[in-house]
Design a protein. Sequence first.
Length: 504
Amino acid sequence: MHLIGKGRLSMDRSTTETHLSIMDLPLILTQLFERAQQPLLPDVQGPLGLFVRYLRRKPGRGLAVIYTVDAITTAHKARVNDPNRAVSLTLDEQALHGAQIIFTAQQTHQASLAVEPTGVLHIADLGIAVQKFPADASLSALAASCDTTLQSQLFPMLQTAAQTQLQDEAWQLTSADAEPVRYKPASRCVIRYRLSLQHPMTGEQKTLTIFGKVYAAAEQAQRVQLLQQRLHEEQTQMGVLPLLPRPLAILPSLGLTFNEAIQPSANPVTNDQWDTLRTGVRALQPQLERGRGGSVTRILLPEEELRLTGQALARLHSSTVMSKDAPRTGAKEAKRAKERAALIASRNPTQAEKVQTLSQQLATRLEASQPDNYRPAHGGFKASQLLFHSHQVFVVDFDGFCLADSALDVGYFLAYLRPSGLWYHQQGMRQWFEQAAEIFRASYREAMHEKGVASETLDAIMERSRLYEGALIFKIATRRVNRLNSPRPQELSAMLEEITTCLA
């Protein structure tokens, strides 16, 4: 009846007396909705399937799985990835032993099921919570952040945000639609709002798109929005195009922020790729030309995009906007690297010794690393946080904004710039990465030097950035563990070789 991942899952075997596995969870989820007498997807006739869209198991934070509900007959390519069809299941840490579930199906049948006012189905004794979007026990403002009806508390704030962007308080909001675009259960959700407005003086009508982001912690929303406003104002006063979208408003009661959308050209003049809005992941993908037999004849580099990225990072690192939190030190990154290495070693016993040895070497050097000073830093600077349009780069997602060694952001970007083909020694991947990394480094150095940073300081930043690269490669390596994927020794070996190179 149910699907998990890419294949069909048969639920014929009895799970009544044995402990459950991850593969049994779709049946348990469905049975809970049946007990609550709630349909999974009222508008679809026939058998339904549950298709995994997100799965994470993080130590101390339990297991989270998001399924898309769709007709079981729907072809894979036609299957929707709509958060409004998302159903999530979370298991508390108490319900798990490593990756194993410690309760049985019989226990789920017998345990008391509570239906919370938010719509969350909860078995407290077993640490199970099941919720259909937009219900979220830990992100309680999500449903209200998607309610665009005229009577909602969201509607007037959307109008205020639109008036701020249009710089005219006369514009009236006539209707709005909410489209969730990135959702992390219990944490945050990015929502695209499509607005229809009318000007009462002229009768003119206009459509507008803005983005909202709702946080589980309202104080985080306020902190992040204030920092973004200060960054945006600082750069506007400098007479340059700000490197981040304009913050528009905040609804504190919901922990919901609003920001301007970076819009592609409505009527592009040419077929130039810069006329379209591109994410950093798309813009910084390796491109190779191949000849006969598949041999690489030419490596195509996104030179302008890499130069713009280096310049943008230098602008951020030279900002006067400071976080009030304690600096994110090398010692903190060393601790995280050792924790990630321990997790990787537990799942890869044949490579555990090398993993632990490298993590200890890396941690020792990170703990001893000292920058000349701590500067404003993005804290998660990678391709997925970049948008390219009109020969400009825009940086988004400042949730991790902090004071840190500038080498952190440089190392973060370069660790994630590595194409996945590098872990499998695919032809051309090494050359592409090394040449792309050099363009980024050179652009960053030049921009920082123009801002008065001494060459000796830049040399030290680049040297320390190699340590942060290594630490972040450990983070990349934990993805397979957190997603409960099977170990891939070849992939891990390539990552460990890369960390060894960073330490050399």
